[in-house]
Design a binder for this molecule. Structure first.
Ligand code: ADP
Ligand code: NI
Length: 213
C-alpha cells in the first residue's frame, strides 16, 4: 500500500468532512479506514483498494451530498487527483455504491474489499460511538430523542425504510442498528458487533429506567 497516496486521500477527505456535526465528521472516516484495513488484513483483501474505498465511502453520500450521489463526482475527482488507474477506480467506485444500509434488502458487496468497508462503516454505527452518532444525526435532522408514543418500523425493506418519517433516535436502534450484527460479512466484525450491541442494549435499559423514574 502506497502510504503517500493514503495520506493525500485522507487530507482531501478531511476538507469535505471537517467540522461536520451530524456524526459524519472526518474522525468517522478515519475510524472506518482503520477498521476496514484491519479487517482486510485478516481477510487477505487488497489493502489499497480497501483503504481508498473506506476513506471515500461517504464523500458522495445521499444524505450529505445529494447532488453528487449519483455520479460520485467527489470520489471521482479525488481518485483522479491521486492518479489511481481506471481499473482500481472502478473497483473503488463500485464498493462506494454498495456500502450503505438501505433496509433489510441492502446490497452485499461483491468483493472482499467491499465486505470489509461495509462492516467497518456499520461497526461505527454501533457501541458507545454508535449511540453518540445516532443522537447527533437525529438532532441534526430535527428528530426527537425518544417518544414512547411513536413506534419503530421493524424489519423495513428499502422501499419502507426510505419512507420512515417522524421517527425518533431511540427508534433508529430498532429500525437499523440492531439489524447490523446479523448483516456483518466477516467473522471478526460479527464478534465486535455482538459486544457493541450488548452495550447499546444496556444503555437502553438504563435510559428507560431513568425515563420511567
Ligand atoms: P450508512 O453509513 O450505512 O450509510 P448512515 O449514513 O445512514 O449509514 O448512518 C450513519 C450514522 O447516522 C449512523 O451512526 C446512524 O446511526 C446515524 N443515522 C442514520 N439515520 C438515522 C436516523 N434516522 N436517526 C438517527 N440516527 C441515524
Ligand atoms: Ni459512513
Amino acid at each position: 500500500m502506497n502510504e503517500t497516496i493514503i495520506e493525500n486521500a485522507l487530507s482531501l477527505a478531511k476538507k469535505i468532512f471537517d467540522g461536520n456535526s451530524d456524526g459524519h465528521d472526518y474522525f468517522h472516516t478515519v475510524r472506518v479506514y482503520k477498521t476496514a484495513t484491519e479487517l482486510a488484513r485478516s481477510e487477505n483483501a487488497d489493502l489499497e483498494i480497501t483503504a481508498l474505498a473506506a476513506i471515500l465511502h461517504d464523500v458522495d453520500d445521499r444524505k450529505l451530498s445529494p447532488e453528487t450521489c449519483e455520479n460520485k463526482k467527489n470520489a471521482f475527482d479525488i481518485l483522479n487527483e491521486l492518479k489511481i488507474d481506471s481499473e482500481k477506480q472502478n473497483a473503488i467506485l463500485k464498493i462506494i455504491s454498495e456500502v450503505s444500509f438501505v433496509g433489510t434488502d441492502s446490497p452485499v458487496p461483491e468483493s472482499k474489499e467491499g465486505k470489509c468497508v461495509q462492516d467497518a462503516d456499520r461497526l461505527d454505527a454501533l457501541g458507545a460511538i454508535g449511540i453518540a452518532r445516532a443522537f447527533a444525526f437525529g438532532g441534526s435532522r430535527g428528530r426527537q430523542m425518544y417518544n414512547p408514543e411513536i413506534m419503530p418500523v421493524l424489519n423495513a425493506d428499502s422501499k419502507t425504510y426510505s419512507k420512515i418519517e417522524n421517527s425518533t433516535s431511540v427508534n433508529h436502534f430498532y429500525e437499523k442498528l440492531f439489524l447490523l450484527k446479523s448483516m456483518m460479512n466477516t467473522e471478526k466484525a460479527k464478534e465486535i458487533a455482538e459486544k457493541r450491541e450488548n452495550f447499546m442494549r444496556e444503555f437502553l435499559d438504563e435510559f428507560y429506567a431513568e425515563w420511567n423514574g
